[in-house]
Design a protein around this ligand. Sequence first.
Ligand code: FAD
Length: 482
Amino acid sequence: MSTSGTVGGGKYDVVVIGGGPAGYVGAIRAAQNGLRAACIDAWENRDGQPAFGGTCLNAGCIPSKALLESSELFHRAGSEFALHGIRVNPPELDLSAMQARKARIVSQFSSGIQELFKANGVTGLVGRGHLLPGNKVRYTPRGGKPELLEAEHVVLATGSTPIELPFARFDGEAIVDSWGGLDLAAVPGRLGVIGGGVIGLELGSIWSRLGSQVTVLEAMDRFLFMVDGQIAKDAQRQLKKQGLDIRLGAKVTSAERGPNGVALTYEDQRGRHSVEVDRLIVAVGRRPNTEGLLDPLAGVKLSDRGLIEVDAECRASAPNVWAVGDVVRGPMLAHKGSEEGVMVADLIAGRYGHVNYAVIPSVIYTTPEIAWVGQTEEQLKEARIDYKVGTFNFAASGRARAMEQAAGLVKVLASTADDRILGVHIVGPMAGELIGEAVVAMEFQATAEDLQRTIHAHPSLTEALHEAALSVDRRSLHAINR
Ligand code: FAD
């Protein structure tokens, strides 16, 4: 089944397997470069309908952000509106309307991809792709017979799937993966989340704001180990204050389904513990999706962790075969995959292509949001790089106070040697938006002084970044320099 009017013979310049943010973006750029491009995607939603957009659009970034926004509004209506002088009866939750809104957003974006395919001349193919030797692709349309496609170049963009724990198998009811965790039809009284990473915290936050008592069990001793220590500590304190029960160093050893939900057993330094929950979300990471993708003779090598091995420009080990997104090394982030897709499509077209892996922003959309780019203080110490630190608390930001969101801080790390910005770390309101300025600054190799001399609108949250940059040289104007 083709979703564009442009399907012709089975010969393409580029066949992309996988229609998530890495694959569909790569296919669009390939077509923009004048290449004949097709994108095969096998995603099926819970209603059995196919949909482009992969995990990100259907079961990840977009539905989670829709629910994070709705649940945050619900929470603020109940806890904060009175402070603004707005009296509301305790707000009432209509979860099915909330879920329906989420589903509408997802479906609008998915049809948007098909429109983009049509506008750019990409052939969207619904079904499975399988790489054969010699850059041939066996395409099995949904409900149809396999066809052979020939391609000058093949881009593998098959993404990732949730890791299942052997003692906590997904049953779609009591024990669910992150997708199931976004689709709950009722607010669980007690919700357990195994995994205190980005996805676990976002899902835990959603249901906590809607009324669940949430327990997050995280095996690592350090909260958000990949985040700058000072920022992680602040975030942990704020999330705890909201009622998220985050237990660190907690290794879950069993999950028994029973009449009262799921009985979990975990071990930490103090011994063995048990906790009972009504529903359990397992968010312990994702594994690359290569099942049924590769003919053994296609010559594509996998790493020990099952990732497709690629070089810095995403070339796989077989000639003219490329791989991008979650299925290759690097952070599992939609924008990282999309940029790889663009790079590969440009390189195939003989143009310049590049991904700056040192400057990839990360965002956790909890409240407060946590966002960062570049190196953490711990990484700089380990690498023995001399650095200067500047911080600014949102408590001194007029805009943050007006928003009633004055907790958190911005931290700027700059090189002692040449003042170049090495990392920016934020916990606070709209951190995911604020980090954009830091990304641009680092992409252009800005110094702390460049940010200091850049005019920031008043009153805006961006002033906090400005002040943190000033603080690098002890020149803060709205905080006491120490
Ligand atoms: P995917 O999006 O997984 O897409 C791969 C596609 O390939 C799928 O449609 C799959 O069905 C298809 N496919 C697989 N095998 C075949 C085959 N043989 N033939 C045809 N098609 C095939 N990232 C962010 O950057 N920001 C966020 O806020 C964010 N939030 C997230 C929240 C959750 C709950 C989850 C689970 C993830 C989140 N992510 C987020 C991660 C993000 O979703 C992934 O990094 C991103 O989707 C990876 O893109 P991809 O194109 O590599 O793979």
